[in-house]
Design a protein around this ligand. Sequence first.
Ligand SMILES: C[S@@+](CC[C@H](N)C(=O)[O-])C[C@H]1O[C@@H](n2cnc3c(N)ncnc32)[C@H](O)[C@@H]1O
Length: 198
Amino acid sequence: MSESSAPNLPLDIATVKGFLDPLEGVALYQAAMDMSPLGLCVEIGSYCGKSTVYLGAACQKTGGTLVAIDHHRGSEENQPGEEYFDPDLDDGVGGMSSLTLFRDTIKRAGLEDTVVPVLASSAMAAKIITSDLAFVFIDGGHSLPAAMADYRNWGVRVMQGVYWPSMTSFPTPPTADAHRMTSINWRCIQAYLPTSRR
Ligand SMILES: C[S@@+](CC[C@H](N)C(=O)[O-])C[C@H]1O[C@@H](n2cnc3c(N)ncnc32)[C@H](O)[C@@H]1O
């Protein structure tokens, strides 16, 4: 994946808080360009909307739709006192919320006609979104149980999946899940980076 294939994004992506490397964003954009004409795209874990902009911009271009799932209460590492807590997102009642900035990002990017925000946990959303999916990007909870729950809830009915590696140890699908996922193509997002950046 080269930086020269970077898309023209509808806003300056550096103005959006988040953790996505630009090269990884380009990978997401290209995957969504390929897959969104085939069906619904889903993102689990939007935070302030950085990955949503890459995925949503591609979906908008192809006429596709992106469902962006996040309870916007942050992952384990985003909580007050944890390493990746951002004081700008302090909700004033002991937690954090990325919802306001996420909505602002989607509006600024002109993606409100393409991105369907779902304010719910991944597990709850999986109960109501029951159709087959073209593409899923998993970047929600990074603990082993959270990551495995996302694999299990979303893995079986997606054509192509991309996941974010855990800061500790993101799982590869264990044997019990492997047979369920043989029909799909799951890749760690870092597989798209130049070797020197992995
Ligand atoms: C690492 S951040 C996502 C970063 C984002 N993709 C970006 O490009 O900046 C993880 C997000 O997942 C959300 N999250 C964590 N566990 C979740 C769950 N079980 N269901 C829904 N969202 C979850 C958090 O609220 C947080 O916003």
